[in-house]
Design a protein around this ligand. Structure first.
Ligand code: AMP
Ligand code: MG
Length: 487
């Protein structure tokens, strides 16, 4: 019997881009990976998006993921942008291996753009193959969902698939595609592209479209809109810092106009705490080292403001003066956010003058011994476990004596404090060696390692039975892993 009424309908799709003007976007179809096999899909995300669960596992969906079929009612396209790459301005980049395939409105009315990555060349590929390999695709998929579960704004990943088609990198690898989702994929670089060409009218057209669709309360208020983006970016940096997330390629084309974490390449989570840790093997100078991230975020915001100067004032000097005022929002928002987040990690509910020194001294102590960033916070309320982690026992004891004296000035029960700290200090993060194990298995079509990792990372603050190995210190071989841009 044919069931005609129980399956929820697919939402209505439309062609996705904020400004439907051919100047910004080129119609462009993916090059399908016909043999693509679905590896993983986020059923919970699908539910939030109002998508039928069955559909995510249907062949119709697999074909969309493979770039072999369009989203019904929408046309695929690739957008043009520019950006500062490692400090050097590149006047034309663009979606070189990504296709915006459409967008829809979720049941809560949130707009979601759909983007395939690894779906073949576009007019912006600059001679490259338009593909992504399994290794980098799996890493992007895992990190998107892991950061989301940590409460950090990010693009999402609905599904990814792998094919047998070979892709040439340092070695031959398998092509893969990830389906990314975000309210918008617009980057700082989209604005920089037009500004560099002296086309202020296009900068304004794009800004107007973005504001109307994503910041409707700020229509016509460019200064307030830019201030909001700068605040979001500053808060995002504070969030990255306090979970030990290193982005790796903080080029302005990888910075989201919505303040989302965007474009996961050679990212990493701190294992042994080194404030100068560089997660990207190609970043020789350490431009994007962990301790540089907050100021790079600020630098990128300044580049966005530069691109948007004509929106602020017709008079150049007046616009610059206004922009300098707006930039002040970065330091203020960052200081507030980072202070609140460190306090939460240390379980400090009230504010005392000695707190900064106390917290900084702990960071110095764990940096000196290169101790594990994640576990040194997670185990802060578990003294026996902490003592096992830290080598310099006498320094730790001295510091703990100060910390205990400080905690004694608060009335909170220790059990309440531990629960609050556990909600701020994850147990599971997407460590490089865990990703490496998932990748090695996936390359042999064993996705069980990935499945288990996703299970842990989707509830990073909650200890889960049978997943101890995913919370353990990295093995010695992890230190030798290197991740670079080539993916
Ligand atoms: P990324 O370093 O991944 O942020 O990429 C920087 C620029 O290079 C973007 O314009 C990408 O679309 C483009 N790109 C990176 N890898 C490829 C590739 N394999 N094929 C085509 N374009 C690429
Ligand atoms: Mg990029």
């Amino acid at each position: 019997m044919v069931n005609t009424h129980s399956a929820p309908a697919l939402p209505r799709f439309e062609t996705a881009f904020e400004a439907l003007d051919p100047a910004f976007c080129t119609p462009c179809a993916p090059t399908p990976l016909d043999d693509l096999q679905l590896v993983h899909a986020q059923t919970a995300l699908g539910h939030t998006l109002g998508l039928p669960t069955d559909w995510l596992h249907s062949d119709d969906f697999r074909q969309i993921l493979a770039g072999a079929a369009p989203l019904p009612g929408a046309a695929p396209q690739a957008s043009v942008y520019a950006g500062h790459q490692f400090g050097v301005f590149v006047p034309q980049l663009g979606d070189g291996r990504a296709h915006l395939i459409g967008r829809h409105q979720a049941p809560d009315h949130q707009l979601w753009s759909w983007q395939l990555k690894g779906s073949g060349p576009t007019p912006y590929s600059r001679g490259a193959d338009g593909r992504a390999v399994l290794r980098s695709t799996l890493r992007e998929y895992v990190a998107s969902e892991a950061l989301h579960a940590l409460g950090i704004p990010t693009t999402r990943a609905l599904a990814f698939g792998v094919s047998q088609q070979p892709v040439q990198r340092e070695r031959t690898e398998r092509a893969a595609i990830v389906l990314r989702m975000a309210p918008s994929f617009l980057r700082f670089g989209h604005f920089q592209f037009w500004a560099a060409r002296g086309q202020a009218d296009r900068v304004r057209q794009l800004a107007d479209a973005v504001i109307a669709q994503h910041f409707p309360a700020l229509v016509g208020r460019y200064a307030d809109w830019l201030t909001e983006i700068i605040r979001r970016t500053a808060r995002l940096m504070a969030q990255w810092q306090t979970v030990g997330f290193c982005h790796g390629v903080m080029n302005s084309d990888n910075f989201s106009i919505l303040g989302l974490t965007l474009d996961y390449g050679p990212y990493g989570f701190l294992d042994a705490f080194d404030p100068q840790h560089i997660c990207n093997h190609s970043d020789d100078a350490g431009r994007y080292a962990w301790d540089q991230q907050p100021q790079v975020g600020q630098w990128n915001c300044a580049r966005l403001l530069e691109a948007c100067l004509p929106l602020l004032n017709e008079d150049d000097n007046a616009a610059i003066e206004q922009a300098n005022g707006i930039m002040g929002a970065y330091a203020a928002a960052y200081t507030d956010a980072i202070s609140a987040r460190w306090r939460a990690k240390f379980g400090l509910a009230t504010q005392q003058p000695e707190d900064d020194a106390l917290m900084q001294d702990y960071l110095r102590l764990i940096a000196r011994g290169r101790h594990d960033f994640t576990l040194c916070f997670r185990h802060l309320p578990r003294r026996a476990m902490l003592m096992d982690l830290v080598l310099d026992q006498s320094a730790l004891k001295d510091w703990l004596a100060r910390y205990d004296a400080r905690l004694a000035r608060e009335s909170m029960a220790q059990s309440t404090r531990t629960a609050a700290m556990d909600a701020a200090n994850p147990l599971y993060v997407a460590r490089n060696h865990l990703l490496e194990l998932a990748i090695r298995a996936a390359e042999h079509d064993d996705f069980s390692v990935l499945e288990r990792l996703m299970q842990a990372l989707q509830h990073p603050f909650t200890e889960q039975a049978g997943l101890d190995d995913l919370a353990a210190l990295p093995p010695n071989w992890a230190a030798a892993l290197s991740v670079s841009c080539s993916s």
